[in-house]
Design a protein around this ligand. Structure first.
Ligand SMILES: Cc1cc2nc3c(=O)[nH]c(=O)nc-3n(C[C@H](O)[C@H](O)[C@H](O)COP(=O)(O)OP(=O)(O)OC[C@H]3O[C@@H](n4cnc5c(N)ncnc54)[C@H](O)[C@@H]3O)c2cc1C
Length: 387
């Protein structure tokens, strides 16, 4: 039983199928995937992990190739410019493509099934859902995202996700003719707010912004901001910056309402005898890492291999954790680091602008970031109990 039909869920189901284990996915929401955030970039390592399950073709028609990233400051001064191999896709499109392919491969997807509880029984796991139904399986994989119910079932003392001082918003602007080549990610360290944009080959501009918020606003506080107020706030944040941000905001009909950004420095327990967590449930990282989806995909593939090769779920979960924990925690740290400087305050902004070129030159150095991007999973290698 896989809980959650986001990214990690369907990919884990397909990895399990490939490993010879039948899987069913239970997703809390209905079958549509509207409103699941704007877009994300799959990094090279994530694309390669999809390739292990022959899922590369399912994503290569989505969104746009992202071959380069350029980083500028609030005066438009270049801080870094480097090549990359990523793909930027609308989250809803990615969810739909993965779910459809999972179903095509024989995975059962059940919608409207929000996990409320699960217990280990002598023969497996019994899960209960908020519609009053139950299901049984040999094991349960929690791919239920940053607010994971599975995580809390495995460890009621699990820490809560940490607010990282930034909000998220974005949208899709139409009718602009920006000079940037298609797909190039342009990141702007504005005076008051961070902004990123990509020109799609069809001319639309995909963008996001990270307004600072020291305190984590409640859902009610966020919901109380009207679209007009929100647009006005964004205009105010970028009014003194060099770049097309104000044009992009003006050319966006619907700005995605703001939401909080959270991460987990460390989730102490990932599994019990029959349950395990993958993806954001185990290690949500700040969007600034650009790796959340890729980590979720890698987790799912590695878990499939461990369950294929080890004699018991507990042994498989231990090997999975051994292979994954160090890497994902390092990425969470990197994401936090990348996010600092996005909301620096006035003195901080001056220091940041002095230090940033050096830091960005490091981020741009392929050899220094090889540990992140060059990670590859070899499905043909047998996993042993030592990982
Ligand atoms: C604004 C933003 C920008 C991002 N940008 C990037 C980026 O550029 N690159 C990148 O790699 N990553 C990015 N990410 C991160 C990425 O979206 C996540 O890391 C990724 O979606 C994690 O996948 P997941 O399957 O673990 O969780 P999710 O995609 O969150 O899926 C969890 C699923 O579980 C379901 N669910 C939740 N609770 C239950 C329950 N109790 N019962 C049943 N189902 C349940 C949810 O409805 C959802 O469908 C970004 C995230 C955000 C918010």
């Amino acid at each position: 039983m896989i809980i959650g039909g986001g990214i990690a869920g369907p990919v884990a189901a397909m990895a399990l199928e490939k490993a010879g284990v039948d899987a069913a996915v239970f997703e809390a929401d209905g079958s549509g995937s509207d409103g699941v955030g704007a877009f994300l970039t799959l990094a090279e390592n994530g694309l390669e992990a999809l390739r292990v399950l022959d899922l590369h073709d399912q994503v290569c028609d989505l969104g746009m190739e992202t071959p380069r990233m350029r980083i500028v400051n609030s005066r438009g001064k270049p801080l870094a410019d480097f090549g990359m191999r990523g793909r930027t896709v609308r989250r809803a499109d990615l969810y739909t493509a993965l779910r459809d392919e999972a179903v095509r491969r024989g995975v059962r997807m059940e919608y409207g099934k929000r996990l409320v509880d699960a217990e280990v029984t002598p023969h497996g796991v019994r899960a209960s859902f908020d519609d009053g139904s139950t299901a049984r399986g040999d094991l349960l994989v929690g791919a239920d995202g940053v607010g994971s119910r599975t995580r809390a079932i495995i460890d009621p003392d699990a820490p809560r996700a940490r607010h990282i001082g930034l909000l998220n918003t974005g949208g899709f602007a139409q009718g602009l003719r920006l000079p940037e080549p298609p797909g190039v990610a342009t990141m702007v360290f504005g005076r008051r707010c961070f902004f990123g944009y990509y020109v799609h080959p069809d001319g639309d501009v995909w963008w996001f912004a990270n307004p600072a918020s020291r305190r984590e606003p409640t859902a009610a506080e966020l919901a109380a901001i009207t679209p007009e107020e929100w647009r006005a706030q964004l205009v105010e944040l970028f009014r003194d910056d060099h770049g097309p941000m104000l044009d992009i905001i003006a050319a966006t009909e619907t700005i995605v309402p703001p939401w909080n950004t959270r991460d987990f420095p460390r989730v102490p327990r990932w599994s019990n005898d029959r349950m395990v967590i993958v993806g954001d449930a185990a290690h949500a990282t700040s969007p600034s890492s650009g790796q959340g989806a890729s980590m979720a995909i890698e987790d799912a593939v590695v878990l499939g291999m461990c369950l294929r090769d080890l004699p018991s779920p507990a042994a498989a979960f231990a090997a999975y954790e051994q292979q994954r924990r160090r890497r994902v925690e390092r990425i969470v740290k990197q994401g936090k680091r990348n996010g600092t400087g996005k909301a620096p305050g006035l003195i901080g902004a001056t220091v940041r602008d002095l230090m940033m070129p050096m830091f960005m030159r490091m981020v741009a150095r392929r050899d220094l970031m090889a540990w992140m991007f060059d990670y590859r999973i070899d499905w043909t290698v047998a996993v042993t109990a030592r990982g």
